[in-house]
Design a protein. Sequence first.
Length: 480
Amino acid sequence: MNGNFGKMNPEIQKKWFIYIGDHHEGPFSIEEMSARQKAGQVKSESYVWCEGMADWQVLSSVTELDLELKKREQTAPEKSKTATQTSSASVSDSKPKNRAKRALTGIGVLIAIGVLSIGGLSVLSRFGSDDIHAAIRPLIVNAVDRFPMLSGLFKLVPNLSDIRPEQQVELEDAQVGLPDTGVKLAFALSQSDPSRPFFYISTNLPDRAKIDFYLIGNGETLLNRLQFSTHATVVTHHGFAKTDVFSADGGQPLPKGEYRVFVTESADQIPALQSKLEQFPPNKIQMKLPEGIPSDHRFLFAKTVFLGGARDETYLTRLKAFHEKVAQNAEKEVVELKQYSDTLQLQLATLTNGFSKLKGKKPTPRNRQAWKKSTETWEQINAQLDQTIQTWSDETLQNEFFYGKIYGLVKSAYGSVKSLFALENSYFESKPPLNPGAFDIQYGKTLSETRDAIDLLRNKVDLILKAPKTTSGLPTREGL
């Protein structure tokens, strides 16, 4: 709170907002807050806010406001008595005709004040500075929430000079109407700095709604990257919010290219707002969602944007050169993946054949020696594979390989063969000998999993060999 509280006239200063149920109301003067307290709408545990406060606070913790309300509560009986006596004397001394005249005059004055107030807000919303617009937005939003027909009189969104005029209109329209009859949401890309993109968001969802914002890059269009995605969460203030600047790892610019934008309500809402959202009619769009976006959202909005600058000839030339390089590397990867697949298949057959010949015999030194000799080739290959595959982190497979998912299958199949070999080896090396029944169950399961892993790898490699190229000249990765 600032130190000007006592310098203002608390009787006429309308500055206080109060959270009632699942929405806020205001601004109110101290007298209006006191009246609502007497009516039971405002309590010591209610949340309040005014300009200058960092966030909503419990009324009892806002010292100045709490003292003022308690002071009025103590003097209320005396004021009430005086007011009643004055009112009684006025009624007894006035004639019915004069009372009616005064009532009509009072109504006329109220109407005139209301019209002037609405007109003043309308002018300020359209022609006032950004600071003025930010200060009166709560009043405007509250008025439009109560009387949607007034929405055309106000400019609901700040004047944003870094977006196109039609986007400004879309942002304005998204705040018109109550979400009970349909949730609206619009977002616009700032044009201020193409290399550091951010978005404005506008919605008719209740105040302080959390919004999830996903950017999913189109791998066919990204420059110097095969894929890229990122995510952010924003909190709306009276239906409006702005994302932070989106960037790549280490603050680097986003890969230039086409992105699919998905915007939805966050799963992490305050409880009162979460229950309110569940009452609004859903507006899911029917589409296949990319990996990483939950499919259970009630409200989902999507749009395609181009980020990182203009889609000009320079970009197209660089993209073509990048695709040619990727295609060359992809051809080398196909040959390498085929070799990995064949090698693992051959070693699986060698290990299982050698083991089946010795299984059931006693693990004598002679049989142990025979088993060791049959696995010499695998031991050599295992050492080479292990050294290479250990360098394949998830990040490496995603960013440095065109067929990163298939290399991930190689890693998985190799791990299965390695586990099978360790189990077979334990049959001869364990002291005391393993329980035959328990071993057979474990071995059967491990062998089946290993065969499945290698079959999956071989099938995917066959798909790669048969897949046609895309329109951009890149090999197809669909279905892999």
